[in-house]
Design a protein around this ligand. Structure first.
Ligand code: NAD
Length: 505
């Protein structure tokens, strides 16, 4: 256990200074430098300070990691264990995640600029819960017996695929890793994980904890590095059986090409979103709807794939909702994510700040800037160095405006009025994405009617962003395909196998 786990008398910043993060490639149960010694910097987005230099994995490391994963799979040291035996290891990992909760939360907050108030209460406990859920699920999943009749017997079983490649983004480094690792490992696969270059630290520690929990060497390998190097090498690798990706739609497309150009590996994509949040004027508790509308876009500085970035408001309540959302935006405490009072932290990097800033400039040309758009001061002037942006609200946005169409992935809300239910549905569906949507209404009939017509993987009624490990998550259209979470995630990590026992002639 590290000092950051124990010494609660220190501030989170002081505890962060004591962290000694793992920074090397994790292959075959061991930390190693990149073969050519190359490294890259990972920085604290709240201060711009370099946290560590991390091994820059590429083709060579991916080849080694896949070979290690294949050896482990073929040996049966994990894949041939009973689901119940695998369960014990994954439960032990969940326990270790909780034992090291403070350290993991700090790594997550420091590397990604995420609020410590959230990483301690949501990201880390959520990660442990996901491992627990899949650990417990697998010995309750039964196969099938086909209705052959006679003395023939045909059984259908779920078999692990072999080597799974997982490429994940920076917004939920631990939880995204768990979304992929927990079902893939529970099903008996070996995995090579490539975390995002902005946030490699927590995944490396997680892999070390997995070994401590009893996961055999080679079953989980982690290769930090850049997308165009390690990510591409994994996507094109001829010995990877399935590739599960979460990230942008542009990169998701590349993985389809990589698979087509290599071994036709299965590819599963969780990509971008531009979720619509629709508020009808029959909502009795409008204040609650307003509060959730603000939370739905400003949580994690809007860097959430399912962020409610388009707010559609019925015209009769439009002014009141705009006023309320703007007031929430102005009241948010922006600042150091390691200060527990902070309500919104920085964007993940200066590049991301620049990208979002470009959209803010475009928005100022095509709509009304109601609040935000600049650099905040922070609680104690602590936003001077980091990649901070004020919570930003644009009103009277046309449905086809750039800021209403493109995924911004920042704390930028586009508000637009509508008159009829039909119009709201048409505007909400006029997007290349289809990840999530929200509907606020007190009419059960309208809730059912509208949610059925919204083209999205998840529709939340009278809340935003409803999510749980027990329900599937994923999109339609260019938000991707396949589902994370729930038992449906097993479709990504298992093959249905038919075994036919012929009757004697
Ligand atoms: P990104 O697509 O830039 O990167 C995601 C991962 O892909 C990273 O690990 C990166 O290194 C890798 N990568 C980048 N270029 C690559 C290439 N040429 N070849 C192979 N791999 C490559 O996305 P991001 O900026 O890290 O994350 C933001 C995006 O992720 C947003 O579009 C967001 O909507 C999406 N996202 C989706 C979900 C979901 O569940 N649908 C969840 C979180 C984030």
């Amino acid at each position: 256990m590290t000092a950051s786990d124990t010494d609660t008398t220190l501030t989170w910043r002081q505890r962060a200074a004591q962290l000694r993060p793992r920074t090397q490639v994790y292959i075959d149960g061991r930390f190693l430098p990149a073969h050519d010694g190359r490294t890259f910097e990972t920085s604290d987005p709240a201060t711009g300070a370099v946290i560590a230099r991390v091994a820059r994995g590429g083709q060579h490391e991916v080849d080694d990691a896949v070979a290690s994963a294949r050896r482990a799979f073929a040996s049966g040291c994990w894949s041939d264990l009973t689901p119940r035996a695998r369960r014990e290891t994954l439960l032990a990992l969940a326990d270790l995640i909780e034992t090291h909760a403070a350290e993991l939360a700090l790594l997550e907050s420091l590397d990604g600029g995420k609020l410590i108030a959230q990483t301690t209460t949501e990201d880390v406990p959520g990660t442990a819960a996901i491992f627990r859920w899949y650990a417990e699920a697998l010995d309750k999943v039964y196969g099938e017996v086909a209705p052959t009749g006679g003395d023939d017997l045909a059984i259908v079983t779920r078999e692990p695929l072999g080597v799974v490649g997982a490429v994940i983004p920076w917004n939920y480094p631990l939880e995204m890793a768990a979304w992929k690792l927990a079902p893939a490992l529970a099903a008996g696969n070996s995995v090579v994980l490539k975390p995002a270059e902005e946030t490699p630290l927590s995944a490396l520690r997680l892999a070390e904890l997995a070994t401590e929990a009893g996961l055999p060497d080679g079953v989980l390998n982690v290769v930090p590095g850049f997308g165009a190097e390690a990510g591409q090498a994994l996507g094109r690798h001829p010995d990877v059986d399935s590739l599960t990706f979460t990230g942008s739609t542009a990169v998701g497309r590349m993985f389809l090409e990589y698979a087509g150009q290599s071994n036709m590996k299965q590819v599963w994509l969780e990509c971008g979103g531009k979720s619509a949040n629709i508020i009808f004027d029959d909502v009795a508790d409008l204040d609650r709807a307003i509060e959730h509308a603000a939370q739905g876009i400003f949580a994690l500085s809007g860097q959430v794939c399912s962020a409610n970035s388009r707010l559609l408001v019925q015209r009769s309540i439009y002014d009141r909702v705009v006023e309320g959302v703007v007031a929430h935006a102005r009241a948010l405490r922006v600042g150091d994510p390691l200060d527990e009072r902070t309500e919104m932290g920085p964007l993940v990097s200066t590049q991301q700040l620049q990208r979002v800033g470009r959209h803010v400039s475009i928005g100022a040309e095509e709509a009304t800037l109601a609040t935000g758009g600049g650099r905040p001061n922070g609680l104690n002037g602590d936003c001077a160095e980091g990649s901070f942006l004020e919570p930003t609200v644009f009103t009277d946005v046309a449905p086809d405006a750039t800021i209403a169409v493109e995924e911004i992935f920042g704390p930028v809300l586009a508000v637009m009025p509508f008159d009829t239910e039909q119009q709201a549905i048409e505007v909400a569906n006029a997007s290349e994405y289809g990840l999530a949507a929200s509907v606020w209404t007190d009419s059960i009939h309208r809730a059912r009617r509208v949610s059925r017509r919204l083209s999205a993987g998840t529709v939340s009624v009278n809340t935003v962003d409803a999510l749980d490990v027990m329900v599937p998550f994923g999109g339609v259209r260019q938000s991707g395909f396949g589902r994370d979470l729930s038992l449906h995630a097993l479709d990504k990590f298992t093959a249905l196998k038919t075994t036919w026992f012929a009757a004697e002639d």
